[in-house]
Design a protein around this ligand. Sequence first.
Ligand SMILES: [Zn+2]
Ligand SMILES: [Zn+2]
Length: 262
Amino acid sequence: MGEQLDKGSLSSYCRSMIQFMLKCIRALLVPVFPQRCVLCLCELSGTEMFFQPETHAPLCRNCAGQLPVLSGRRCNVCSEPLVSEKDLCTACRDTSCAFESNTSVFHYQGMVKELVWVYKFGKQRSCASVFIPFFLSLQTPGGMIHKENFTSIIPVPASPESLKRRGFDQAKVIAAMLALKTGIPFQPVLKRGRGIAQKKLSRSKRQLNLSGQVFFTPRHEIGPRPLLIDDIFTTGSTGNECSLVLKQHGAMQVHVVTIAKD
Ligand SMILES: [Zn+2]
Ligand SMILES: [Zn+2]
């Protein structure tokens, strides 16, 4: 018990030390390289920034206000607007899936498409911090992203091909940031085998392509309520395959959160 407490306080001490050091480095660099909004390229000063300067989120207020946030009652799986009192739309009620819910922050269109493109293909990792406050304000069917509601944060793994092409795993960066913010244990326990890129396949072939291609690499306990992080929700087949694997390894309920719904 004592050892657990020591480990806990040590990791929170390390977290605050890392955050403090990052703040110092940024404070030194900002006067030399003023930050610009990744979408409209305006120069960001304290007043134009959408977020507090210390979050290092490269987005201006104007662009942030135009992001198409999903609102109103939505289907717990596909995020389509709901017309009845049920939590699932008619299409999702007829389909079984291995996760309990998916909650997307945005519509995958316009400025969000641009932002995701800059993040993934422009390799601007700092864009990850733009998404964090939006995730933290999400009300998912599993509760808000708090330590009391989830036992671990797990990124949906990138395929070896896209990892090689982009040089980083976009969901993993966001998942690690969310874990750092919330104190929920970060457990990147899933790995993806080689397969055809999902976006090249039809809806019906996506699940088949992933079947048996997601592997569990035991590290630490994921607990009964892991939160799965992905970038874009399209058919749900990636989240489904990952959730199946997590449920074979101790998860009782899997909730998914994604940046945007395609
Ligand atoms: Zn802007
Ligand atoms: Zn639906």
